[in-house]
Design a protein around this ligand. Structure first.
Ligand SMILES: *[C@@H]1O[C@H](CO)[C@@H](O)[C@H](O)[C@H]1NC(C)=O
Ligand SMILES: *[C@@H]1O[C@H](CO)[C@@H](O)[C@H](O)[C@H]1NC(C)=O
Ligand SMILES: *[C@@H]1O[C@H](CO)[C@@H](O)[C@H](O)[C@H]1NC(C)=O
Ligand SMILES: *[C@@H]1O[C@H](CO)[C@@H](O)[C@H](O)[C@H]1NC(C)=O
Length: 222
């Protein structure tokens, strides 16, 4: 993985690969359709990544290919959620730097999803970023909450040296990443205000603590 990334970046401009969702398992990656909402045009996976029912968090690992990126993590409940990514697990924040980036503990709980997590509950995660140069970039993972598994740190869960993630100010954090610039400004020509698209707003507070809290619980059972 590391080797291929280095090889890759040596030959082509970094900008072309956008970003990759490494964990939970992505529906797929196609640079050409990644701009399509939702899920970069990828259809539902036949399998689902099982995530722990208890413990209250799971890891999200990415590979960043832009020098700076606005990133947001959304969730849609159900077997086939379509485009209803109405739950904000991590409001928009800024990642500076290239390579591996991982949030070891993205929080999930009853308060966030508006109901109890139950064994076997299906959902889809969508990581979205600002587009290049505008719009958004999208990657999804189909998941299942299960009492069969416990929290594990995936091997892809590392941060590349010199990569830094920082919280945006409140207004920028509340703006969906697909309507944001990498600096947290509204994209020009974006008709929607920072307070639109409902989902992001109530979650402002759920937020950045996730990223700070992190490491403590990272018990690698592997
Ligand atoms: C969630 O579960 C608790 C008990 O485990 C129950 O008291 C509560 O009513 C449930 N909430 C919902 C929204 O079903
Ligand atoms: C979750 O999805 C799997 C297939 O991906 C399906 O077999 C299962 O019935 C679904 N679970 C629920 C609770 O709908
Ligand atoms: C931006 O993302 C939000 C949340 O996923 C979505 O509701 C909205 O339709 C997206 N905007 C565009 C222009 O695709
Ligand atoms: C990566 O960096 C973010 C933000 O700086 C941090 O919250 C997270 O815990 C780091 N991930 C790992 C795997 O150390």
């Amino acid at each position: 993985m590391k080797f291929s990334l280095l090889t890759f970046t040596a030959i082509v401009p970094l900008v072309s690969a956008h970003f990759k969702l490494m964990y939970p398992t992505s529906r797929g990656f196609d640079e050409d359709t990644m701009t399509n909402f939702p899920c970069g045009g990828m259809s539902q996976s036949s399998g689902r990544t099982k995530l722990p029912l208890s413990g209250g968090s799971f890891p999200v690992a990415l590979e960043m290919h832009h020098a700076q990126t606005a990133v947001e993590v959304l969730l849609a409940l159900g077997n086939d959620p379509g485009d209803n990514f109405n739950i904000v697990l991590s409001p928009t924040f800024k990642v500076s730097g290239l390579g591996e980036f991982c949030l070891p503990h993205v929080e999930i709980n009853q308060e966030l999803i508006g109901r109890n997590l139950t064994d076997g509950m299906n959902a889809t995660i969508q990581v979205q970023t600002n587009g290049d140069p505008s719009g958004g970039l999208y990657a999804c993972s189909d998941i299942q909450f299960s009492s069969d598994v416990t929290y594990q740190t995936p091997s892809a869960c590392t941060n590349n040296t010199n990569l830094v993630a920082t919280a945006f100010p409140k207004d920028s954090a509340a703006r969906n990443a697909n309507e944001s610039t990498s600096e947290g400004q509204a994209q020009s020509g974006s008709s929607s205000s920072s307070t639109s698209k409902g989902a992001a707003v109530p979650m402002q507070t759920a937020a950045w603590g996730v990223i700070g809290a992190a490491l403590v619980g990272g018990i690698a059972a592997l």
